[in-house]
Design a protein around this ligand. Structure first.
Ligand code: CTP
Ligand code: CA
Length: 227
């Protein structure tokens, strides 16, 4: 292998990364969304590309520029994200689902703008398909599947349960406790958990550096798969 020491560690690998929120239409002018900026997912896409991977970034609505040499596939809703991910999944060696996918979407989209009335308004919602769990069911032993978890209580246990339930190789737990971590900002603090339940806690750092920490874990996993 050292004959190719000039090559990058993820040369020849394909990666699928999701980022940003999804927007679930209520009517032609309104949607249900969340505060995800997409910065973490874009940083991961950029890191994997820099390390040699061919990267497809399935992105919900964000204000961010496309990272250099990354193939960006824009989507709006959870259903569109599912379809985009399904079409790129089989050829991907590495899949990182950092998008903040809506858990619920309106049962129906009003064809005209909903007019206000004197009564309260109720919007019926149905569950979206869990994209990560869907991909987890199809995962092969050659693939590295990474999910994210956002918890406000019982964090480690809930994250580990998600990893098992969705058949992931790793789950990245976003710490909500620390200032400077999570939505919107340029820094994050994460813990990575593997299938054995072993945890690796990282310091508060820039999302770029967090992305490289996650990429390093992925590189080690891919190397173990191929050895
Ligand atoms: N996820 C997904 N499809 C959904 C919902 C979530 O692929 N419809 C993915 C997210 O991208 C993330 C992981 O599942 O990688 C965990 O998301 P999170 O919201 O923390 O967990 P949920 O399983 O949705 O459970 P809950 O929101 O109830 O904690
Ligand atoms: Ca959720």
């Amino acid at each position: 292998q050292h004959f190719f020491s000039n090559s990058l560690p993820l040369e020849g690998k394909r990666a699928l990364v999701t980022a940003g929120p999804t927007h679930e239409a209520i009517d032609p002018v309104r949607f249900i969304g969340n505060h995800s900026s997409g910065k973490m997912g874009y940083a991961i896409a950029s890191a994997l590309q820099s390390l040699g991977a061919t990267v497809t970034l399935v992105s919900g609505p964000t204000q961010l520029p496309t990272p250099p040499k990354v193939n960006r596939h824009d989507v709006t809703s959870a259903q569109e994200m599912l379809e985009a991910c399904s079409s790129h999944f089989e050829t991907a060696d590495i899949i990182v689902m950092s998008a903040a996918v809506a858990d619920y979407t309106p049962v129906s989209v009003a064809s005209q703008k909903i007019k206000k009335k004197d009564t309260n308004l109720e919007i019926a919602l149905k569950k979206t398909t869990d994209i990560l769990a869907t991909l987890g069911k199809k995962k092969t032993t050659k693939q590295t599947l990474v999910g994210f978890a956002l918890e406000t209580e019982n964090e480690l246990q809930n994250a580990q349960d998600k990893l098992q339930r969705k058949n992931l190789d790793y789950i990245v737990l976003n710490s909500m406790q620390d200032k400077g971590a999570g939505f919107g900002g340029d820094t994050n603090k994460v813990t990575m958990i593997d299938r054995k339940g072993e945890t690796q806690q990282f310091e508060l750092k820039s999302k770029k550096d967090v992305a490289n920490d996650i990429a390093a874990v992925i590189i080690a996993h891919q190397a173990a798969i191929n050895s």
